[in-house]
Design a protein around this ligand. Structure first.
Ligand SMILES: [Fe+2]
Length: 198
């Protein structure tokens, strides 16, 4: 099985209200998810080769469950870093994404208010605007622990890390509202919109 490779994000610097130092630490966390995904794949392959890949083997079961956490941790961070930019493009109402969110929520502002409500939820997780592949709806969802709650087949369009490591120490743990403002100052809707047609 192929292994994952950690990507580089050389353009991810100079954001408004999210420091370069925090981003560098955040990228190291992402690299940890990539590394651990590969380690778990190594271990699972080792168990398979020695005839220990059994659902009744607690080690096999725990590693398999853990793989979802690590791999989704890697994937979601790539979506998150990719939709931030020091020169973000705004959301145009007549763009593909602008029309899509307005069709689902009534207006761009209504979608934005809903997304921010999800982002402000207590606890750590992810706020994600997905595209429903069946009807084209945009739906804002809360994702817990990287791997829990993803609607099958839905495509992440706007991805926001709501774990505290995404904004502490730039802000206090009680200042998520400031981080939400900073996130939207750097959110590149061009990158998000491109995901609609991939
Ligand atoms: Fe993160």
């Amino acid at each position: 099985m192929k292994r994952y490779e950690a990507r580089q994000f050389p353009k991810l610097k100079g954001l408004s209200g999210i420091s370069d130092a925090l981003l560098q630490d955040h990228i190291k966390l992402y690299e940890g998810y990539v590394k651990n995904s590969n380690l778990i794949i190594d271990e699972l392959e080792g168990l398979a080769k020695t005839g220990k890949a059994a659902g009744t083997n607690p080690a096999y079961a725990e590693l398999t469950r853990r793989l979802g956490f690590e791999t989704n941790g890697a994937i979601l961070h790539e979506f998150y870093f990719d939709n931030l930019s020091p020169e973000p493009e705004p959301l145009e109402k007549d763009s593909l994404l602008g029309k899509a969110v307005a069709e689902s929520f009534g207006s761009v502002d209504a979608w934005l208010a809903d997304f921010k409500a999800v982002a402000a939820m207590r606890g750590v997780g992810w706020a994600i605007a997905f595209r429903d592949p069946l009807n084209g709806n945009i739906t804002n969802r809360w994702i817990e622990l990287h791997q829990g709650g993803h609607p099958a087949g839905y495509r992440p369009i706007v991805v926001m890390d709501c774990w505290e490591h995404a904004f502490v120490p730039d802000y206090k743990p009680t200042e998520r509202a400031k981080y939400i403002d900073a996130y939207f100052r750097n959110l590149d809707y061009k990158a998000c919109g491109a995901r609609l047609i991939k």
